[in-house]
Design a protein around this ligand. Sequence first.
Ligand code: ATP
Length: 556
Amino acid sequence: MRRLFAAGVLFAILAALCEVVAIRLFGHITDEVLTTRNLGAFWGPAFTWLALAVLAGVASFAGAYATALAAERFLLALRDRVYAHLQTLAPDFSEKRRLGDLMARMTDDIEAIEELVGSGLVRAITTVASVVFFAGAAFFIRWDLALLTMALVPLFLVVSKGFTGRFRSAAARERASNGAMNSVLEEGLANQPLVQAYNRQGAESRRLHGEGRGWLRANMAQAWLAGLYSPVMQVIETVCLIVILGFGAWEIAAGRLTLGGLLSFAAYLALLYPAVQGLGELAMNVSEAAAGSDRVIEILGVKPVVTDADGAVPVGRSGGRIVFDQVGFAYPGRPRPALRNVSFTAEPGEVVVISGPSGAGKSTLAKLLLRFYDPDRGRILLDGTDLRGLTRESVRENVTILHQETMLFSGSVRDNIAYGRSAASLDEVIRAAEAAGVHDFVKLLPQGYDTPVGQRGRLLSGGQRQRIAIARAILRDTPVLVLDEPMSGLDAATAAQVMRPLRRLMSGRTTLLITHDPQHVPEGARVVELEPIPRVERIRLKRVGVPSRFSRSTAS
Ligand SMILES: Nc1ncnc2c1ncn2[C@@H]1O[C@H](COP(=O)(O)OP(=O)(O)OP(=O)(O)O)[C@@H](O)[C@H]1O
């Protein structure tokens, strides 16, 4: 990639050099052919000029192509990297943020970084090189005239600096508005059934309009600055050219300069000033890019709360013995613990029911088992080994979770069932589907297992989605299973339909069944009852030193 960018720079410099020589030839033709009316001296320089023009064309094409290719590759690699980083953060990270805004960062704002360190840098180098060449050539013709010209260059830079600061703040507002607008769109479309059922279409449109107006204002501030920049620069440029021409005319009259010399000098200036102006514009582009890249760098700067320890080892297929040993945990930045002093053991193949009222920490317990977080106190053991000593990937290879809300991708039924084992054959998928009670309704779908399930599986019923998730879990076949309220949102009849495949799924696996509904507690299963930690209790306990009444574990 670096080589491609370097090739882009070299080709662009070659094209600029060709222009320098071409202008010199133009001066030569003016003095040797036009002024002297000697047509015989025309052809040599004319053909050289033509050859230079072709060479410049090829070089500029090759430069543009190499830069674009490098830029696109850079973008691809960067997007992959940011996405991979996002996937190392606990899912709560995305849940706390607005999805549309995150998506804007992953698309438009990532392009901004490329502008900054890729094609922007190439343009900066080539523009600086052009300035040096054209200025050098002008010096070569008449150093004193060139010096006069150079004296005016700082004027360009001062003016462009004034523009750049304002442009940057407008660009930052524009990036933020873009993210906000995307969020409103994403939320409004994802929650469309709610929006329409609650007659909130107008309110949602107004929200979008409100964010859109912010975006419009920020864009107009940028357009105003960009629009004003060129005319201001052009006026300064014209003043410079007039001064130079006037001075040059005087020099010609005095016989110290040829007409060809003055014309080439003016031609160099005609290229030099736009190049200097280009530097100013580049500064504005960089400001815009910096505003976007700040937003991406912010994501890259977030460290995952859990990483693999240095000596972490992968665990193979475990026997499935789970021990929670005096586990305590508070979410980062939350003073109040979500779990305190939780202890229980789940033997291989055993079903342990995790019960307790809403907010007691049941789902948090599942997150700790999957190592989205590590406990602040105590340990969680898998087959006797602390999870912290195992790689996260291998722990998750042993645990399958069925979330409260069924998550499906927009692919086919088959893709969704095979999500945890993409190499599974159709036969294996069908076997899992049969065990999960999916096969019967899939047979009736228009394209069978290839039928698309729609965005998040919305083309299926809640019970069907749930059973597809069960088939997915059956196919994944891990020794440990976590069922997080598997019946929530299902009516009694559908819950009954789901119950049988669930039992099949649970058989032979260590299962943590999270539920607060006693109806779904299998007979004979042990129950670990979690109680929420009241806000005041923590303070009282600290003062009087009463042991926690939190864990009423029946086990270990
Ligand atoms: N990502 C988070 N950041 C901060 N606090 C959180 C987060 N997730 C949950 N909590 C808090 O932790 C506590 C336990 O939440 P958890 O989701 O584990 O409860 P739960 O028992 O599963 O509840 P429910 O039965 O309603 O699903 C709650 O007080 C909740 O507000």
